[in-house]
Design a protein. Structure first.
Lengths: 117, 113
């Protein structure tokens, strides 16, 4: 069965510090996709990144970077030089791709990030 | 603008009443989803639909019902059988190809009074 674990329930860091959000997943499939979403106080989830299981190359987008390691089933998210606007709940998610196309997206419980000024 | 619209943003319901949450998208997406969010529980999948006139139960479907008569619309009914309906409900849609990202509405906060 598929499962996403975000062990960090809540994190607080001072502005300009780097912070890493952990995500560990379980899947029986060899083809799957991983996602990160941001949920600001307004409530709407904002898509940040998608990674497929065949692409282990790390990605950097501005202050955001993602480290995907299949060997440890992890897809961690790092914010460099954090800013107050980064304060939000961050969700990691997994989508398996079954032959019958009955795929669905499963989310972790989220990590609430507080960036303190 | 293309996107997903959920209405209403806030909803109050008396115990024992059914209530329907609206979700409309104009992204031409085939797949639509309903999630429930509770504090500390993350997002839990209620129902999802990959195509019109077809839908599947998610992990917590009991006490909920859906319909998918049109591609653009995926309303969720919270029935009186749902024992603890107070929560934040999020609707999402995506292209049908496996692994595509989902786009979310702004959510509906349902409170039972």
């Amino acid at each position: 069965a598929q499962k996403v674990t975000q062990a960090q329930t809540e994190i607080s860091v001072v502005e300009k510090e780097d912070v890493t959000l952990d995500c560990v997943y379980e899947t029986r499939d060899t083809t799957y996709y991983l996602f990160w979403y941001k949920q600001p106080p307004s409530g709407e989830l904002v898509f940040l990144i998608r990674r497929n299981s065949f692409d282990e190359q790390n990605e950097i987008s501005g202050r955001y970077s993602w480290n995907f390691q299949k060997s440890t089933s992890s897809f961690n998210f790092t914010i460099t030089a954090s800013q107050v606007v980064d304060s939000a709940v961050y969700f990691c998610a997994l989508s398996e791709v079954f032959m019958n196309r009955d795929d669905k997206i499963i989310f972790g419980k989220g990590t609430r990030l507080h960036i303190l000024p | 603008d293309g996107g997903i619209t959920q209405s209403p943003k806030y909803l109050f319901r008396k115990e024992g009443q059914n209530v329907t949450l609206s979700c409309e998208q104009n992204l031409n997406h085939d797949a639509m989803y309903w999630y429930r969010q509770d504090p500390g529980q993350g997002l839990r999948l209620i129902y999802y639909s990959q195509i019109v006139n077809d839908f599947q139960k998610g992990d917590i479907a009991e006490g909920y019902s859906v319909s998918r008569e049109k591609k653009e619309s995926f309303p969720l009914t919270v029935t009186s059988a749902q024992k603890n309906p107070t929560a934040f409900y999020l609707c999402a849609s995506s292209r049908q190809e496996g692994g595509t990202e989902a786009f979310f509405g702004q959510g509906t906060r349902l409170t039972v009074v």
